[in-house]
Write a protein that binds this ligand. Structure first.
Ligand code: LLP
Length: 385
């Protein structure tokens, strides 16, 4: 059984549960995304929402990527971590005046605007500062990404973006607005997308829209295809890096970019998920009538994905080589949904063993909460232990 690369001896000085980030894997992932995006002439903005741990953010900033933010605090965190402001895009359906002002003050690359009232407010606030705000229109392309219903975003009934019928009037609005400049179109169809055909459909939709824009005589400089590339939660050891090569190839093959147009994307999960594991210690092994429970010191407050989306995360006992038995791995929170997984095959598990809950680098630490007055989990880089 492959146990991964966990320095268990070093874990003994750290209070569990905690997040452990494998820097070597993160860097390999970043190297591959840079190589593929450079080959395909694309600009990558890391989706900060996936993981905003300061140490992780600064490694990603160092690699030269831009940032995709969805709150003023994310814009600030990206700037603090060293992302250049002119590589920061800012999306979100409910940007407040304070957040818009912060972004204007920092001269970010662009606002991904999602509604007419938002365009109005950005224009007013930019005018008050004597600035011109770059905007991309976030388009709801009505494409089914065939992913979990709670993480699909590109269908007509979603709250995100402009409907396609409103695009021409949105362009006219921007044209008339004194302090807005239209610099692109933005799309995002969902998250954990493993079927690349969904991106092919997106390309077809963008090509159709581009023809309309041509017929209206409107030039678009940037096409941002959003994030969403999925990872392999079943086999983090065998498939540790997402297939960026195929991902970029889909756009190269199917998207008809106009002369001088730049392709942008905003991956989150595919950059950081596999390098992170939630490390937890077994507090008790409890025998039930027909099953046994490994009760661990991490709970849904540390990693909410299994409880919220029924998400699967591979779990490994990294302390034991004994024969495999089945356990329900559960946390200590007073909620019956505080279950990481049922009937998990683990090497025989005892009180004090360390378990690694894998592929937890994205939407793990960042979604932690204080419920039950628990301490927020800390995150450690492999290089600092
Ligand atoms: N761009 C936009 C506009 C987004 O809404 C998202 C994610 C991304 C980029 C990054 O998508 P990614 O490459 O990470 O799939 N908490 C959920 C995922 C929510 C994703 C929300 N939007 C989870 O744990 O699965």
């Amino acid at each position: 059984m492959i146990k991964g690369n966990f320095p268990i001896e070093k874990f003994k000085n750290i209070e569990t549960p905690f997040y452990y980030y494998d820097v070597e894997l993160l860097n390999k992932t970043l190297d591959l995304v840079k190589k593929c995006s450079t080959e395909h002439n694309a600009i990558v903005h890391y989706a900060v929402k996936a993981n905003a741990n300061k140490k992780v953010l600064s490694l990603i900033a160092k690699s030269g990527l831009g940032a995709d933010c969805v709150s003023g605090n994310e814009v600030q965190a990206a700037i603090n971590a060293g992302f250049p402001a002119d590589k920061i895009v800012f999306a979100g359906v409910g940007k407040t005046d304070k957040e818009i002002n912060l972004a204007l003050d920092n001269d970010i690359f662009c606002f991904n605007a999602e509604s007419f009232p938002e365009l109005e407010v950005i224009n007013e606030l930019a005018k008050a500062k004597g600035k011109t705000a770059n905007v991309e229109l976030r388009v709801n392309p009505n494409i089914d990404a065939h992913t979990h219903k709670k993480i699909t975003t590109g269908l007509n009934e979603n709250k995100f973006g402009f409907n396609m019928e409103d695009l021409q009037s949105a362009c006219q609005f921007i044209d008339k607005a004194s302090n807005l400049k239209l610099i692109g179109l933005h799309f995002h169809i969902g998250s954990q997308i493993t079927d690349l055909n969904a991106y092919e459909s997106l390309c077809v939709r963008i090509n159709e829209l581009q023809e309309e824009f041509d017929s209206w005589g409107i030039k678009i400089e940037n096409i941002n295809v959003g994030g969403g590339l999925g990872i392999n939660y079943e086999h983090p050891n065998h498939i540790p890096i997402a297939d960026f090569e195929s991902y970029f190839r889909v756009f190269a093959k199917h998207l008809k970019l106009r002369d001088g147009q730049r392709l942008h994307c905003e991956p989150g999960r595919s950059l950081v998920a596999q390098c992170g594991s939630l490390i937890t210690k077994v507090t008790y092994v409890k025998k039930g009538v027909n099953k046994q429970f490994a009760i661990v010191d991490a709970g849904m407050t540390d990693l909410i994905r299994p409880a919220l989306y029924d998400a699967y995360h591979r779990i490994e006992n990294i302390s034991s080589d004994l024969e495999v038995e089945k356990y329900d791995v559960v946390g200590p929170i007073c909620e019956s949904s505080d279950v990481f997984d049922k009937d998990v095959e683990l090497n025989k598990t005892q009180r004090g063993d360390y378990l690694a809950i894998r592929s937890a680098g994205a939407y793990g630490e960042i979604m932690a909460s204080n419920y039950n007055l628990r301490r927020l989990p800390l995150g450690y880089l492999s290089t600092e232990l």
